[in-house]
Ligand binder design. Structure first.
Ligand code: ZN
Length: 252
């Protein structure tokens, strides 16, 4: 709510109080405090609860802009997923909390819903604060860093800089698109910063993380330095989504 809106609402409420005098009171349905029945009728709660809701809504608006999520992605939640999609993983992710800053690595083939799950996790995290979380597309950030236009590169650097302090970062589609090459040197400080601050990062990828096969595939897509940062920053074993069912196990 803007300051002028808040002021006019306060004035209106003062007017209400004055004109009603010893008007009937009711318990606020949110906090239980006695308040003017008319205020509850107009606002659905007492004024304090109303202001709290407005402040949360404003903060969430800002967090949505910061998140890098589209309007459609912003609305995704575990509750909106069909119940037969990865029920075991959804149960686990709904209560997941990062320990010691370790994130997650979600691997699986195309179309199994790993990005969808990571977005739901991010949305849940942002709203639980509310706190700042960010979504980064791995192929997009490297395409931008390597772009011929300075403005696009500058924007990508700004995004990387903002991603440093996000309390949860999702890096989607790791290993896809053009190999990072020299642009990796712009990306590694982000992972180092987050590791030092113990801030968790969640990756999704078509490439397995663990085991020889995974290492071989992923090491073709990213450098050994980048692989070490990623593998060292996530819980082991990685989560592997097979088709419509999930098995959390080491990939071999
Ligand atoms: Zn209240």
């Amino acid at each position: 709510m803007t300051a002028s809106n808040e002021k006019s609402l306060n004035l209106a409420l003062d007017g209400l109080r004055a004109s009603l005098g010893a008007s009937p009171h009711e318990k606020c349905p949110r906090c239980g405090r006695e308040t003017l029945a008319k205020a509850i009728e107009a606002l659905g709660s007492c004024y304090d609860c109303h202001r709290e809701r407005e402040q949360r809504r404003e903060k969430l608006d800002w967090l949505r802009q910061e998140s890098g999520l589209s309007a459609q992605e912003w609305r995704l939640s575990f509750a909106s997923l069909q119940p037969w999609q990865h029920p075991a993983l959804i149960r686990r992710l709904r209560v997941w909390r990062a320990e010691n800053g370790k994130g997650l690595y979600i691997a699986g083939g195309l179309g199994v819903g790993k990005t969808h799950l990571a977005v739901c996790l991010l949305n849940q995290h942002i709203r639980s604060g509310p706190q700042r979380g960010m979504f980064l597309s791995y192929p997009r950030i490297f395409a931008d860093l390597k772009a011929d236009f300075g403005a696009r590169r500058g924007q990508a650097r700004q995004v990387l800089s903002r991603a440093r302090g996000a309390s949860l970062l999702v890096i989607d589609d790791l290993g896809a698109g053009a190999a990072p090459g020299w642009a990796e040197s712009e990306f590694l400080p982000l992972l180092d910063w987050r590791a030092a601050e113990r801030l968790p990062t969640v990756y999704t990828s078509n490439l397995a993380l663990n085991g020889e096969a995974g290492l071989e595939m992923l090491s073709r897509a990213v450098s050994a330095r980048l692989y070490d940062r990623i593998a060292g920053g996530v819980e082991n074993p990685a989560l592997l989504i097979m088709g419509r069912s999930l098995r959390g196990r080491e990939v071999s």
